[in-house]
Ligand binder design. Structure first.
Ligand code: AMP
Length: 212
């Protein structure tokens, strides 16, 4: 099974992707994580993508296709894939369809996690990520610095460089201009799930929408 998870930054795609990959035994294709890794390792692609990621702009499509090609192995397709953060432009959606048909497979589900802007901004500026296991926390989990430790693995909780109010606003503008049109592109294929509920409720909603 291959799934595309769509939604604005802060909609909870990363959190839900972790549950869905486990539930459906899928390989995660997360372009945001791929770029952050390339940037932290100082690779050529990382150097080219760095300024875009830090400023909250979308990385040009050509670099996105390169990072996917670098990270996605033929064997991954046997397991089924969950795309989180890709596609983010109509061009990327078209390219993904080409890649998928070249693999003689299909996209089984396109799921949109819907959350209003006020909630998105509040979630993003208060988001913490475990440096070790990448688990994501909201403000409730980190009320003081002394508690800034991952409950799952003990790793240090860090703030993403692009989760500051100014960059968050730019990311939402980019999302509305370039990514939201993908919903129309996929049309009636899109399953909509309310992402403003609790994490557990959203997971249930996603599993109910996707089915078995
Ligand atoms: P994310 O972790 O998905 O929020 O992505 C973080 C940043 O990586 C985005 O703000 C973009 O700068 C870049 N990025 C990730 N995926 C893509 C993509 N599919 N197309 C363009 N830029 C991307």
């Amino acid at each position: 099974m291959n799934i595309i998870l769509l939604g604005a930054p802060g909609a909870g795609k990363g959190t839900q992707a972790a549950f869905l990959t486990e539930h459906y035994t899928l390989t995660l294709v997360g372009t945001g994580d791929m770029f952050r890794k390339a940037i932290s390792e100082g690779t050529d692609l990382g150097k080219k993508a760095d300024a875009y990621v830090q400023s909250g702009q979308l990385v040009p499509d050509a670099l996105v296709f390169d990072i996917i090609q670098e990270n996605l192995k033929i064997d991954d397709w046997h397991r089924g894939l969950l795309f989180d953060g890709f596609p983010r432009t109509i061009e990327q959606a078209k390219e993904l369809e080409k890649i998928v048909s070249a693999q003689k497979t299909v996209i089984d589900n396109v799921v949109f996690v819907s959350v209003n802007d006020e909630v998105l901004i509040d979630r993003l500026v208060n988001r913490w990520t475990c440096a070790k296991c990448k688990k994501i926390y909201g403000k409730q989990a980190v009320s003081t610095d002394a508690q800034a430790v991952c409950a799952a693995c003990g790793g240090t909780l860090t703030k993403r460089a692009d989760d500051n109010p100014e960059t968050v606003k730019k990311r939402l503008v980019e999302y509305k201009q370039k990514t939201e049109p993908i919903l129309d592109y996929f049309g009636s294929k899109v399953l909509r799930v309310d992402g403003s509920l609790t994490i557990e409720e959203v997971t249930k909603g996603l599993i109910a929408a996707i089915g078995n």
